[in-house]
Design a protein around this ligand. Structure first.
Ligand code: HEM
Length: 403
């Protein structure tokens, strides 16, 4: 029987005080079942570090594909458009997952990503050149949004002038539709996105280039069995996954620094510490609040709870990252923190493919901002910050700043 959720995990009040809720959950019920956002689907929410890690590592018991956990008649059959968007590695298990991941993993190794450093630095500088004289901006819309979008667009070979369309599409894809009108609007956006990608495929088939898109099409042509829907889904995943996530991490990091002026001062004096600091920003207020849900493929015990086959589980990464059993003084931002084994990029088979890129973009974005606009500060009080109500992400609506 559906029950009222014990813990509020979706409101603006929750988003503003999420770590208090997580601390309470970890203490009272680190593995706890309550209805999800729809008010009736029962989900096990996991908030303790060890159990979050167990779910992510153990891909025999905890799977992404419902068909590995539920009888066929209970498995939701997606529409063809939904399949186009969802037929990607993050939604696959075992061999299917490995095959898809292998096709792009070469492009995202730390060594390959480091070669992008000068270009990412140039993009960050150009973005600040455009606003430096204004004395104010929305740090998200005018700065952090553009950087990852331009980078992934250039890697794929997507024309930069189309990037504003990405914002609309990724917002539509990441935010749940709460009524029929917005669901229809989101679908229309996804259709436009698919049309756009179709045209790009046709162009690259006619004129191959030295970009990731051409490489993926050639993998398909070489008979490496990238089907048309897998190709769409792969691009969709790369564009979406690398987008909202890094954009929001940059914004959350700056808010954390303004809340801890002594840490800000330290980084301004010693920017070479930024690599370590980025790990702390990931731990302290990650943009990805939760991993994607897992299905229980075989009966399993998690903490002191028994989870039967077919159960739905959500590991809350942001909660695990503040577990005092794992981190000393977890509520303290310490940009010099060593041995920072946070779970912000996940763990195990689905560990974030883009983590080297996300780390580099965040490091450059923050160092450039602090060096070029040393007096930058928020132009609204902390209490006026508004969070998007997207369940899996910690994303501010806007971040007005001045200098
Ligand atoms: C701060 C930025 C980012 C964060 C916090 C982040 C976080 C994550 C997390 C937690 C997962 C695993 C989800 C799960 O297991 O349920 C993941 C997977 C993934 N991420 Fe990221 N991500 C970031 C940036 C990026 C970027 C820049 C890219 C690439 C352009 C990217 C591409 C991917 C892909 C392809 C997967 C799926 C991997 C797989 O299923 O094997 N991410 N990310």
């Amino acid at each position: 029987m559906p029950t009222e959720p014990k813990y509020d995990l979706y409101s603006q009040e929750f988003k503003a005080n999420a770590y208090q809720t997580f601390a309470q959950m970890r203490q009272e019920n680190p593995v706890f079942q309550q209805p999800g956002m729809d008010g009736h689907t029962l989900i096990w929410f996991v908030t303790s570090y060890d159990e979050v890690e167990q779910v992510l590592r153990d891909d025999k018991h905890f799977v992404r594909e419902a068909r590995h956990a539920l009888p066929p008649e209970q498995v939701y059959q997606p529409s063809s458009l939904e399949a186009m968007m969802s037929n990607h590695m993050l939604n696959k298990d075992w061999d299917d997952h490995r095959r898809l991941r292998t096709l792009v993993s070469q492009a995202f190794t730390p060594r390959r990503i480091q070669t992008l450093r000068p270009r990412i630095q140039a993009i960050a500088d150009e973005l600040l050149d455009a606003v430096a004289d204004q004395g104010q901006m929305d740090l998200i819309a005018d700065y952090s949004f553009h950087l990852p979008t331009i980078v992934i667009a250039e890697m794929l070979g997507v024309p930069v002038e189309d990037r504003d369309k990405f914002k609309v599409w990724s917002t539509a894809a990441l935010n749940p539709s709460l009524d029929e009108a917005s669901a229809a609007e989101a679908m229309a956006h996804m259709q436009a996105f698919m049309m756009y990608l179709s045209n790009m495929f046709a162009e690259r088939r006619a004129t191959p280039k030295d970009d990731l898109l051409t490489a993926l099409l050639q993998a398909e042509a070489d008979g490496d069995s990238l089907s048309e829907t897998e190709l769409f889904a792969m691009l969709f995943l790369l564009i979406i996954a690398g987008h909202e996530t890094t954009v929001s991490l940059i914004a959350n990091a700056m808010v954390a620094l303004w809340q801890h002026p002594e840490q800000l001062e330290l980084l301004q004096k010693e920017p070479e510490r930024m690599g370590t600091a980025v790990e702390e920003f990931l731990r302290y207020d990650n943009s990805v609040e939760r991993a994607f849900n897992r299905w229980v493929a075989e009966d399993v015990t998690l903490g002191d709870q028994f989870l039967p086959k077919g159960s739905l589980v959500i590991p809350i990464l942001a909660a695990a990252n503040h577990d005092s059993a794992k981190f000393e003084q977890p509520e303290r931002l310490d940009v010099t923190r060593e041995a920072n084994n946070h779970l912000s990029f996940g763990k195990g088979a689905h560990y974030c493919l883009g983590s080297p890129l996300a780390r580099l973009e965040t490091e450059i974005a923050l160092n450039t901002l602090l060096a070029r606009l040393p007096t930058i500060q928020m132009s609204i009080p902390f209490r006026d910050l508004r969070w998007r109500l997207s369940p899996g992400f910690r994303t501010l609506e806007t971040l007005p700043v001045k200098w």
